[in-house]
Design a protein around this ligand. Structure first.
Ligand SMILES: C[S@@+](CC[C@H](N)C(=O)[O-])C[C@H]1O[C@@H](n2cnc3c(N)ncnc32)[C@H](O)[C@@H]1O
Length: 340
């Protein structure tokens, strides 16, 4: 796929794997995942154009407390966060990892602009559709803001920033508790990679979903309107569209379950009966037993002690711990010390 020049589109496509139509990485991962026991598919494949739209709809569901709770935290503390990020007035990049629709980051950008700062906004997202819409919406709403989006994997986008001729001060935001989708070792590796790409004094703002009533968690991942189910089932529609599989999506039922011992929500698509799914592009087929699951999402819920341990292990200092009144969600503002 040919990228539009970034000055016109407002974003660069760095990752061919993120581009629609490149099925090779997808095919490799699907073959590996559906031959594992239990069968697995990575949640990063959720976010094609339809998936990104469905995720935005999940965020608006009454049961999905995450978005409105984090929005409340950021709105309450925007002046403090902006003042710390703007610091001595050096040129600032607000880097938004897995930006999605960017609606929460917008609160911080608007505040920085209203205080006379001129940050550059650098959203990084693997979803081309989400990036196209985000850049267009942001430019329309905040015409004076410089926007430089990257359609890329997290690590690839961060590496691109470190290759810039004149590195700028950074506020890296990683919202929505996306960090909870990583296994502990991978979360540590990612945050360490982000820290290494930053300079001394740069800030990270990371959203962590906290442990809470399991019933609240269950409802959030099994909303009454069925949007979470549609979001997860879209993964199978995507494989049908892009890999030539013949999943009969209605014969795979969504289930999100909270395991209280590991404090993790896992989402599954369960085959409602014994069936065989064919894949023309891989020239193979996959057997499913009745009620056999495909594991498609992992979302860890943290304690404050776990957050402390994780960020400490990544060489990050806690600047602020920002919580909502119910203590359901935490935005941790972290400072890079002793980098590069
Ligand atoms: C859970 S959503 C969070 C969106 C937004 N930050 C929020 O707080 O509402 C995760 C976002 O990360 C993007 N994403 C998923 N895997 C990614 C990857 N490996 N590299 C870059 N972006 C990724 C998705 O496209 C999606 O927009």
């Amino acid at each position: 796929m040919v990228a539009e020049p970034s000055h016109i589109a407002g974003y660069l496509v760095l990752s061919p794997a993120a581009a629609p139509g490149d099925g090779q990485t997808l095919a490799r991962e699907v073959l590996a995942g559906l031959t594992e026991r239990p069968k697995r598919l990575s949640s990063r494949w959720f976010y094609d154009d339809v998936g990104s739209e469905l995720f935005a709809r999940i965020c608006a569901q009454p049961e999905y407390y995450v978005t409105r709770t984090e929005l409340q935290i950021l709105t309450t503390h925007r002046a403090d966060i902006a003042a710390l990020a703007a610091g001595d007035g050096a040129p600032l990049d607000v880097v938004d990892l897995g930006a999605g629709d960017g609606s929460k980051t917008r609160v911080l950008l608007e505040h920085l602009l209203s205080c006379g700062h001129a940050p550059r906004y650098v959203p990084i997202d693997i979803s081309h559709g989400a990036m196209r819409d985000l850049v267009a919406r942001t430019r329309a709403a905040l015409p004076t803001l410089e926007v430089h989006g990257l359609v890329a994997e997290y690590v690839e986008g961060i590496a691109h920033l470190t290759r810039q001729a004149a590195p700028r001060r950074k506020l890296v935001v990683f919202l929505g508790s996306t960090i909870g989708n990583f296994r502990a070792d991978d979360a540590r590796a990612l945050l360490t990679r982000v820290r290494e790409a930053c300079a001394d004094g740069d800030l990270l703002l990371v959203g962590f979903d906290l442990k809470k009533d399991p019933h609240v968690l269950f409802r959030a991942y099994n909303d009454a309107a069925g949007v979470a189910a549609a979001f997860n089932q879209n993964l199978l529609h995507r494989l049908n569209r892009e890999l030539g599989t013949d999943f009969d999506v209605e014969r795979f039922r969504h289930y999100g379950g909270y395991d209280v011992r590991s404090a993790t929500v896992e989402s599954f698509l369960c085959s409602t009966e014994a069936q065989v799914v064919h894949c023309s592009s891989l020239a193979t087929s996959f057997d499913f037993a009745a009620w056999e699951p495909i594991v498609i999402e992992h979302s860890h819920k943290f304690t404050l002690a776990e957050v402390d341990e994780l960020v400490g292990a990544c060489g990050l200092l806690v600047e602020r711990l920002l919580l909502d009144d119910a203590r359901w969600f935490l935005d941790a503002l972290l400072r890079v010390r002793g980098a590069r």
